[in-house]
Design a protein around this ligand. Structure first.
Ligand code: IMP
Length: 196
């Protein structure tokens, strides 16, 4: 099976290719000369992921999936959520986003938060959604220099180190993205078994 992953992020493509093994070949947007970011202007992760998947399906006619992720903070009513990448503005600076998050949470007792990834799949013209969540909390100052985004201030439940302090391998095995990818993989396995 050949699937297009609607991303230009080579790390994400490698990660899912490793998880999927040899039966599924993953192509990225660069294989179709689709360069630049696909607009992410919807108000939910689900709509953004579906928009990206449809955008690529319309242009390639291929089976395709797309992902979208947000950090949802309880005390902030689920913000930054779908706006996580540009929380502090269009410069999309990880540092500015963390500064803003810590400022918004100052004095708040409830520090609980979760990362949520949604994957939209278009397979043989039908649309499917998958979700992966990791619960945790936001600490009040940065720790560690691995990972990216909000990793230095996020501690997953059951851990005492941030996502920026634990080895990338470990993060990638428990993360929201990995969980959503596993849902997708289980579904694809079931589909291919049903087709045998
Ligand atoms: P995307 O949908 O994967 O592009 O993620 C949107 C935004 O969510 C990123 O720009 C980051 O700010 C944040 N984010 C997504 N995944 C992670 C993660 O694994 N760690 C920390 N921040 C993340």
């Amino acid at each position: 099976m050949i699937l297009v992953f609607a991303t230009n992020n080579k790390h994400k493509i490698r990660e899912i290719s490793d998880l999927l093994g040899d039966d599924v070949k993953i192509l990225g947007l660069s294989d179709f000369n689709i360069t630049g970011d696909i607009p992410e202007e919807a108000e939910t992760l689900e709509e953004n992921a579906l928009y990206k998947a449809r955008y690529v399906h319309d242009r390639t006619g291929m089976n395709v999936f797309a992902d979208d992720t947000g950090l949802e903070v309880t005390a902030l009513g689920g913000a930054p959520g779908v706006y996580s990448a540009r929380y502090a503005g269009e410069s999309k600076s990880f540092d500015d986003n963390i500064d803003k998050l810590l400022a918004e949470l100052q004095g708040k007792e409830d520090r609980s938060a979760r990362f949520r990834t949604v994957i939209a799949l278009i397979l043989d013209g039908k649309e499917y959604l998958f979700e992966g969540i990791i619960e945790g909390e936001i600490i009040s100052e940065r720790r560690g220099d691995g990972g990216f985004g909000y990793d230095p201030v996020f501690i997953a439940r059951g851990y005492d180190r941030t996502f920026a302090e634990i080895p990338l391998r470990e993060k990638n095995s428990i993360s929201h993205r990995a969980r959503a990818m596993r849902q997708l993989i289980t579904f694809l396995d079931e589909q291919s078994r049903g087709a045998e």
